[in-house]
Ligand binder design. Structure first.
Ligand SMILES: Nc1ncnc2c1ncn2[C@@H]1O[C@H](COP(=O)(O)OP(=O)(O)OP(=O)(O)O)[C@@H](O)[C@H]1O
Ligand SMILES: [Mg+2]
Length: 305
């Protein structure tokens, strides 16, 4: 007799687990969101959540006010509400559905943090439960019409990134965050291979914590070395989106809950975020062009038959 796959629980495709109604609800909710972009990294602590919030804010100020959402898909270590200054809010449940919390510039936010009774309460869940939570965040929440949904993920290529990518096969792509050091670059390769295996486009790499200029004497120091992000992007033939310097204000604004790009719009780091917005927009434009060409070619073949 064949032995049952002991790992079947953890390796299950969450899409298969969704019963028909859940799948329908997921489609109905997600079709209203034009672009879905996940933020991933190989290593932890390289600034994914910081990049997610500030990129989302930069998009909001770039003509998308009240049209951007963030899904905090870090189930065990959610920190998007803290960075956005909306800790303590709750998801609003009513007869018309469950609605996201609202952050600065009308940002729609869903996070496990809104469901926990206190900061001391840990989420001690195995993979399938985390997958189920992400499914519900995507399919049961009334996100409404959005131009962008940014998804903040925990480090690595585990349950949460896998769930998000399997549940959103039409995702626009992933943005990979790294710091310049070689230690971080090595794990970036795994993140790129992960995205490629799941057929998710890699929008590009951001080099965060890229150098520090002393505000007092003006001296520049490459604390985590320099150029690692660009080098790995060239090696792996993926776009390099830009460098975000180390700025102590980024950390203190995040701790205060006032997003940096709103507080310090003229800083070099905020300008770098705005440049990244343009590159992401360009990527989306090119992607749309390719899709349209493919559709026209398929239609053309149909006519010629
Ligand atoms: N460019 C930067 N300059 C200064 N501080 C930064 C910068 N980027 C991130 N930080 C700070 O570094 C810390 C880690 O950032 P963050 O939480 O965004 O990393 P993460 O990759 O999301 O971590 P995790 O892997 O645990 O999810 C935070 O305190 C954040 O404020
Ligand atoms: Mg994080």
């Amino acid at each position: 007799m064949k032995e049952k796959n002991k790992n079947s629980e953890t390796s299950a495709n969450p899409k298969k687990q969704l019963h028909k109604e859940g799948e329908k609800s997921l489609k109905l909710k997600m079709v209203k969101i034009k672009h879905k972009i996940a933020i991933i990294s190989g290593k932890g602590g390289v600034g994914k959540s910081t990049v997610t919030v500030n990129l989302a804010m930069a998009f909001a100020t770039h003509g998308y006010v009240s049209s951007v959402g963030i899904l905090d898909a870090d189930i065990t270590g959610p920190c998007i509400p803290k960075i956005l200054g909306i800790k303590g809010q709750k998801l609003q449940a009513g007869p018309l559905g469950i609605f996201p919390a609202t952050g600065p510039l009308g940002m729609k936010v869903v996070s496990m943090d809104f469901l926990l009774s206190s900061d001391e309460v840990p989420v001690i869940w195995r993979g399938p439960l985390k997958m189920r939570a992400i499914q519900q965040f995507l399919s049961d929440i009334t996100w409404g019409e959005l131009d962008f949904l940014f998804i903040d993920l925990p480090p690595g290529t585990g349950d949460e990134p896998l769930s998000v990518m399997q549940l959103l096969p039409d995702m626009d792509g992933v943005v990979i965050v790294t710091i310049p050091s070689e230690v971080s670059q090595i794990v970036v390769k795994k993140a790129v291979t992960f995205a490629r295996k799941l057929n998710v486009p890699v929008i590009g790499i951001i080099e965060n914590m890229s150098g520090f200029t002393c505000p007092k004497c003006g001296e520049h120091t490459d604390i985590f070395k320099a150029g690692g992000g660009k080098k790995i992007a060239e090696d792996l033939v993926i776009p390099f989106l830009g460098k975000i310097p180390i700025d102590p204000q980024i950390c203190s604004d995040s701790d205060k809950g006032s997003p940096f790009t709103i507080e310090h719009p003229d800083s070099p780091a905020s300008k770098a975020f705005m440049e990244i917005v343009k590159k992401v927009e360009e990527f989306l434009k090119q992607r749309r062009k390719l899709e349209t060409t493919a559709i026209l070619e398929t239609a053309g073949k149909g006519v010629n038959k």
